[in-house]
Design a protein around this ligand. Structure first.
Ligand SMILES: N[C@@H](CCC(=O)N[C@@H](CS)C(=O)NCC(=O)O)C(=O)O
Length: 209
């Protein structure tokens, strides 16, 4: 059995950032497919056996069961010695970006993508609100990345992997990232050129055909 087991599904950018970290660090890991679209995360069995919060990603490692991608990335940085902070100031900077990511950079976009890109909900005041909030959060990161290769400077960290969770999905959401946020676009390309990088669809399983 693989050393690390990641509960995930291919459409989940929240899980992808962990899968990417495991792959970039050349860890011995295996995905455990979760049937999210048929409600698996909402079942009592999942909540009592895997994650009381009813969410993926969940990482199993040496008897530990970890949830929340930010916590998992921090754990993996600690045990692999890769993509982590070099001092207390960097640790706080990583935390600052990871919290911003979970609250704003990813959450509005992931919900917009889910509604417009996956569920094909069409336009509504909700999708317009989510798009506006996404653009506001992305503008913050785009400005920051105008003068840096990665969020903390010249070297990628788990903060970059966190924000990159949804960077490689291409379902239309009404936002033209390349045109509107060129610095995010260039940053995503830099992450994609790291050794061992893989697209989410090549790391995590989807529903069986
Ligand atoms: N902040 C969490 C977000 C996790 C999350 O929302 N995961 C989604 C899948 S992409 C999920 O399992 N949602 C189930 C639900 O909210 O019912 C993390 O980064 O791990």
């Amino acid at each position: 059995m693989a050393e690390f087991r990641l509960h995930c599904f291919r459409e989940s950018g929240n899980a992808y950032r962990v899968a990417l970290m495991l792959e970039l660090c050349n860890c011995d890991w295996a995905p455990v497919w979760v049937d999210y679209f048929n409600g698996a995360t909402r079942t009592d069995a999942f909540k009592s056996g895997t994650n009381e919060r009813g969410e993926v990603p969940v990482l199993e490692h040496k008897g530990r069961t970890l949830s929340q991608s930010g916590v998992i990335l921090d754990y993996l940085a600690e045990i692999t010695g890769q993509f982590g902070p070099r001092d207390a100031e960097e640790r706080r900077e990583i935390l600052r970006w990871t919290l911003f990511d979970n609250h704003k950079f990813t959450s509005y976009y992931a919900t917009l993508r889910f509604l417009v890109g996956l569920q094909k909900s069409g336009e509504s005041p909700v999708t317009e609100f989510l798009r506006t909030r996404t653009r506001a959060a992305w503008a913050v990161a785009d400005k920051h990345l105008a003068s840096r290769k990665f969020l903390l400077g010249d070297t990628p960290t788990i903060a970059d992997l966190s924000l990159a969770g949804y960077a490689y999905y291409t379902e239309p959401t009404g936002i033209d990232r390349a045109k509107e946020f060129p610095n995010i676009e260039a940053w995503a390309a830099r992450i994609a050129s790291l050794p061992r990088w893989k697209h989410p669809h090549d790391l995590m399983p989807g529903a069986p055909a």
